[in-house]
Design a protein around this ligand. Structure first.
Ligand SMILES: [Zn+2]
Length: 138
């Protein structure tokens, strides 16, 4: 199970911030610069951004809704990953190379296995995908 304390912290920050959507409003120009104001949906002023970095204003304005959505998606995907772990057999007959057992039933799932080669039932690569996820976690 991956350490999701970073996600807990992100969710806490999202919950403490004023809910989105926030908006970007163009204001009067100042010395040739158009000023952009980021405000909450209730009109509370968040910050001012000058044009030329308008993408930053959009990034800030969308952060509450984007982060909330990403957190929900990561939690949902984590539930799918944990469910997938329950159907993937962790037995590794490839570790039995040179052990005189030959064909045998997997002691965990009961599928017929051959000593020295990977588990015969891999659920369309699910086992490998979970292994890759575990390596990338962190
Ligand atoms: Zn098995």
């Amino acid at each position: 199970m991956p350490n999701l304390s970073w996600l807990d912290a992100v969710e806490a920050r999202v919950a403490q911030a004023t809910p989105g959507p926030w908006k970007v409003e163009e204001s009067d120009s100042l010395e040739g610069w158009v000023r952009l104001h980021v405000r909450t949906q209730y009109g509370e002023w968040i910050c001012e951004v000058r044009t030329g970095v308008a993408d930053n204003a959009l990034f800030i304005a969308h952060a509450p809704t984007d982060l909330a959505r990403l957190c929900r998606l990561v939690r949902a995907q984590q539930r799918v990953i944990e469910a997938a772990r329950t159907i993937v057999c962790s037995y590794k007959p490839q570790d039995l190379l040179n052990v005189p057992v030959g064909m045998h039933h997997c002691p965990r799932c009961g599928e017929m296995q051959i000593a020295g080669i990977p588990h015969l039932r891999d659920h369309a690569g699910l086992s490998q995908a979970l292994t890759t996820l575990e390596r990338e976690d962190g």
